[in-house]
Design a protein around this ligand. Structure first.
Ligand SMILES: NC(=O)c1ccc[n+]([C@@H]2O[C@H](COP(=O)([O-])OP(=O)(O)OC[C@H]3O[C@@H](n4cnc5c(N)ncnc54)[C@H](O)[C@@H]3O)[C@@H](O)[C@H]2O)c1
Length: 345
């Protein structure tokens, strides 16, 4: 690896700012190329981040050949994730790619196989894992205070008037948003999906064309159950983007509002009709490198490349979260419970 890590960025739209800010704050990274089908988008980012030396390009393959980066930051749209990632892996790059890993399971498998064959790291920007609040929830679960986790319920309700492509998109809630919530459920439960029964619908008065609301019940490995209720077309009493959570274990329950609101009760005494419960403090999570969403995950990815550690959101693991998304869509279409076959490798 060269003294400064040579990084190309593909896709210079909205989310690329969340990548370029932490990337440009590091002294061990050099952005050698900014690529976008819309040249003006790449030029805009170059001006904003004083990247005058970076190649501005519209063709990724050509830019990779000319600038020989070691890493691709992939901020393109979901349907472009597969061809752009495959092109970069072919050139020997490690890739950190925006969520979702891919638009289909078969494309996701192709990307995994290509990374394995190239011996390169492919990981996903599942930034909510690097939020300090979810780290706090997980640390509390891992402390054993709740006993074994049996059941997790999440609710996501936001009346989001985006306008644009989402208003027309099929499976808009599950495809574009629930990947975050499903991945958070796996992270909190330490379990993978086995089956799902899901229903999608468009509520009366919806400003979306279709599929703005969904419910899903997942059977997880180890016999636990995770349920999802969500809507992007729900006016009033909105939840946080991180969803609100009820996490039930054999010894108690944690309520987490998705932000800094935590309330836990654990069993103090059994024997009566209801057990006697006692409030249980949820310790603050010690500040550390995990904090900071996009910045935290990007910095961790770089450290992984330097040390050889496998990133937590490596595609080989993240594909389980994607399988929840595509399993839920399959179930809703079939109107019945479906198996989620765990991806190999
Ligand atoms: N992690 C998060 O919280 C989060 C938030 C928003 C968006 N995203 C994800 O980030 C990705 C980009 O979203 P966005 O909001 O920035 O979209 P955007 O439309 O603002 O930007 C995407 C850019 O990619 C460019 N592009 C598309 N195909 C390309 C290709 N083959 N080569 C080069 N450039 C290409 C487009 O021209 C566009 O400028 C999506 O996968 C989205 O799901 C993640």
């Amino acid at each position: 690896m060269s003294e400064k890590l040579r990084v190309a960025v593909a896709g210079c739209g909205g989310i690329s700012a969340a990548w370029l800010k932490p990337a440009c704050a590091r002294t061990d990274i050099e952005i050698v190329a900014l690529v976008d089908l819309r040249r003006e988008a790449a030029e805009k980012r170059a001006a904003e981040y004083q990247l005058g030396k970076a190649l501005i390009a519209t063709d990724l393959k050509d830019a990779l050949k000319r600038t020989t980066p070691e890493v691709l930051f992939n901020c393109t749209l979901p349907e472009a994730h597969t061809p752009t990632t495959l092109a970069a892996l072919k050139r020997g790059c490690h890739v950190l790619c925006e969520k979702p890993l891919a638009d289909t399971m078969s494309n996701a498998r192709k990307m995994l196989a290509a990374a394995k064959a190239a011996g390169r790291t492919l990981a996903i920007m599942q930034n909510r894992r690097f939020d300090a609040n979810i780290a706090r929830a997980r640390a509390f679960i891992e402390s054993g205070a709740l006993g074994a986790i049996t059941t997790v319920h999440s609710q996501f309700f936001i009346g989001a008037h985006f306008g644009g492509f989402r208003d027309r998109m099929a499976h808009v809630l599950i495809l574009d948003m629930a990947i975050h919530t499903f991945d958070a459920a796996r992270f909190l439960m330490g379990a993978n999906p086995r089956t799902v029964y899901a229903h999608e619908w468009n509520p009366a008065g919806s400003w979306y064309d279709r599929d703005a609301s969904a419910v899903a019940v997942f059977e997880m490995t180890g016999g636990s159950v995770y349920t999802y209720q969500g809507s992007w077309c729900s006016e009033g009493h909105n939840t946080k983007w991180e969803s609100s959570w009820r996490i039930i274990g054999t010894k108690g329950t944690l309520l987490w509002d998705g932000g800094t609101g935590f309330a836990a009760e654990t069993v103090a005494k059994t024997g009566g009709f209801r057990s006697e419960m006692t409030p249980s403090a949820v310790p603050e999570f010690a500040p550390g490198p995990r904090q900071g969403g996009h910045a935290g995950l990007l910095n961790d990815f770089i450290e992984c490349l330097k040390t050889g550690r496998t990133p937590e959101t490596a595609a080989a693991d993240n594909i389980h979260s994607l399988a929840m998304v595509h399993g839920a869509i399959r179930s809703a279409a079939a109107g019945r419970k479906v198996k989620i076959t765990l991806p190999e490798g």
